[in-house]
Design a binder for this molecule. Sequence first.
Ligand code: PHE
Length: 518
Amino acid sequence: MDQKHDHANQILSLLENNESINSLQISQTTGVNHQELVGYLLQLEAANYIITEGLKKDQLVLTEEGNTILNSQSGEYEIYQKLPEGGISMADLQKQFGIEQAPKQKQEQGEKKEKQAEDPKKKLFDLGFGNAKKMGYIKMDKGIISKVANDLPDKIKQELQQFNEIKLGSPQAKLLIERKLASISTIKYFEVKKGVKYSPKFREQFAALTTEQLLNGEWKDCDYKSINLNAEGEKISMGNLHPLLKVRKQFSQILIGLGFEEMATNQFVESSFWNFDALFQPQKHPARDAHDTFFCSDPELSEEVDTQLRDKVKSMHQTGGVGSIGYQYEWSHEEARKNILRTHTTAVSSKMLYRIAQQYKEKGYFPKKYFSIDKVFRNETLDATHLAEFHQIEGVVIDKNASLGQLMGIIREFFRQIGINKLWFKPTYNPYTEPSMEIYGYHPILKKKVEIGNSGVFRPEMLAPLGIPEDVNVIAWGLGLERPTMIYYDIRDIRTMVGPEVKVETVRSNAFCVFESK
Ligand code: PHE
């Protein structure tokens, strides 16, 4: 830190009497290596003490060989120096340079000859020898090599000692480049001028104003770093919506847009009565078996429903009415009171229909559109496409004019809004609807028809005991929430959507759910 300050102050004082100064000059006068200096300059610029302008120029620089000569001597001079008074033979001179003389017969063998030519010592010697002759250091007379004169200087070394004065493009520069002692390189440097906060002495910049500085008055002489208003804030860790919730939200918005009102679904434990009996589902129906339905043990039985309603449902099951003969069996009151985890959202719809019928008694008939989205439970074996708890979306339309055609129209519009245009309806059986239709849609990834829902017109055997007038029709449809969510978010295993298998990071980064209607 102190050294950093010293350098900063050196730079600043150099600027005191200069309009501008370049970083190469600064490096030369301060002795700070240029690369290190650039670091100091950038810091001073960030503190607004200076402003810099980037520049480039070509410069003559010493090569490694040039540097070696500068630090010792040139090759030709080394040869010159080794020559004794009176001269020496080539073989003896080479010996002094550690060059082995190959025996004559071996030299004739092509392979060895080649090897000798590759000897780097020999190569260097030949180069130096050639130069020594060219530079007029040595002469050769009848096989004897001797000095031309005594006490000659090492001219190349001398030239290199004056290297800083050699101008790019001068004959000297050309010679050095030719001899590979120097080369041209582009260097980047800076023109440095005073900045708005220039002062010949660097003052430390504080990141924050402290209570201490305020109390002892130090703040008056302190410099503070400016705040970077463009800095990005830290990512906030916050709650994120689960993919199921995103799709659920979108579905409810579509239904609200179509004029449907949401029903309360906050009751997971329901009596068998509302889940099955009120839906004209016989008590011996296989779906009411413990293999398919979760029964509650505490409390095992639910509270009594209105006895009038109970009796109407009972007689519809036992003997029928509204043109039906019923199921012809002994209906058990106790069986209907058994508490279960609701197996479908139609349990919510049946209860709501009873409430509407009660209101009709007071206010008279009015049409109504309802929907629900929430959890249902089934005693399923878990696998990649089945969970024991999942979600259903259900729509119900109560209207004197409601028809099968209207039901198909609403279903088409609903699916159109989530981008599914190709629909097929297939007749099916439900205890509580007649006619009943399975809904199939085209799966864009699997490229085939897949079942996406179930629907129908509620049977008079179901509606009459609840008190819905005979001339009022009720149409309804239901579908699962998990399947479209898996398709939309490309989730392959339904089990990764719940509990500890959920990848929090994926939930965080998942896109908002926006189905595109076409
Ligand atoms: N309850 C049916 C199911 O669980 C769906 C459905 C709802 C069918 C309303 C017809 C009418 O699959």
